[in-house]
Design a protein around this ligand. Sequence first.
Ligand code: G4P
Length: 531
Amino acid sequence: MKNQEAIEKRRTFGIIAHPDAGKTTLTEKLLLFGGAIQTAGAVKNNKIKKTATSDFMEIEKQRGISVATSVMAFEYGGKQVNILDTPGHKDFAEDTYRTLTAVDSVILVIDCANGVETQTEKLMEVCRMRNTPVIIFVNKMDREGKDAFTLLDELEDKLDIKVRPLTWPIGMGDRFKGVYNIYKKGLNLFQANKTKKAEEIIAIQDLADPQLDELVTPKFAEELREELDIIDGVYDTFDREKYLSGEIAPVFFGSAVNNFGVQELLDTFIEISPSPIGRETDLRFVSPSDDKFSGFVFKIHANLDPKHRDRIAFLRIVSGKFERNKFYSHVRLAKNFKFPNPTSFMAQDKSVIDEAFPGDVIGLYDTGNFKIGDTLTEGEKMMFKGIPSFSPEIFMELENLDPLKSKQLDKGIHQLTDEGVAQMFVMQPGNRKIVGTVGMLQFEVIQHRLINEYGANCRFVPKNYYKACWITTTNEEQLESFKRAKGNYLAKDKDDNLVFLAETQFLLTMAEQDYPDLTFHKTSEFKLEVK
Ligand code: G4P
């Protein structure tokens, strides 16, 4: 296949949601409509929230499931749709943020009763940082929820994005009649049906059409006419360019569990969503249509078999064509590697592929050479930007419980933090290691994996830090004076960048005031710019 043809064919996106809004259900229904699975229930819930967090077997199971469902690809309407899975559990939020660097657009699922929830806001912040195009799916319309106009206002207010409904609900809960498709001018009548695989849209070009009254009752028809009038008055007409630049989010209403509104969403998605887009590097912007291959690693997954320490690195292809068994340059290590068994993921199947194109995500078997953010090229010495680390929220000091195993512990903690399970900071001067995460669950994961995979026994001692801030400056003198004053709170991250571990917001603000020429970054996104 020609590169250009392959690029135009691909749509790579992620589904994000606050837990329980219906992400898993919607993913499954999309796969069902896409023909990638035959029956509902085939995609296991990629979540551990319903189990006690101490149930480690569940975490292990989760890890297994999330490899299998990391990328789900299927063909629909002449396009190759690649869904990148994002973990639902908030303790794995950082994994989700990184996955968002590998998608070209997202679908955000909202529960119509709960509206915008905390996790929704955080995920959208990450999308806004990169101007990722967003489509919103308001789910569970078969249940009583908030009024549709109230929901739209809430979305605009809390997510700091303009919205534009493309479908509009008629009633809600027990009185839910269906949706009117404003974009395609058709009526989609609601039936609670969990197995149907095609939606029937009744064309109604003109809202004055009396057929509308017959189909949804005159009362609902009148209400719909009035509401659509308001929508036309309040919201600008849908502008695809504004959607693509992340300014406007089109909104759909439906009920994932009832397969309702899902096909409409998918049909519009493949029509308006972007084909693979380029990415910035420290050298230049790389366009997908560049001849030469390039890609970056955004996720690393440990192999499930504890006897084998190999891992799978997930590579997003940005430009050119990736070929099996061809040598590529690993820019950070300045070494060439070839990959005999690159894998693609088609729903639940993994298979070895010979070639892959921009927008595709492939799995590379790795014996410890990759870190998150690594770039592969055909020789050009550039690194893709924007695989940020965020300041962790929970910090613990790592203590070795078995002095004879300190080498194993060191190796283990380095490899696990390369995988992005947690971040590690080494106190300066010295060798005390502080591990930082966004959730408690990771500490359990680390402890368990250190014992099982590396034979190293450790414990974690809580530390009272508020934030880890990466420091940059051009004023060396001020930096030296800061180092003298705050020596006990300075550490290096894995890439040798200087980090300030602030104990409270107040102390951070004080530091910012006292050392105005120092910049305290709460994400590591700046890194490539200053090197
Ligand atoms: P998540 O991945 O975002 O966490 O959510 P998930 O799809 O697991 O959905 C959470 C719950 O919401 C599930 O119910 C699911 O069946 C339900 N749900 C999803 N879409 C709809 C919808 O359109 N309408 C209604 N009424 N419910 C919906 P559960 O009881 O937690 O799990 P299950 O036993 O049904 O699997």
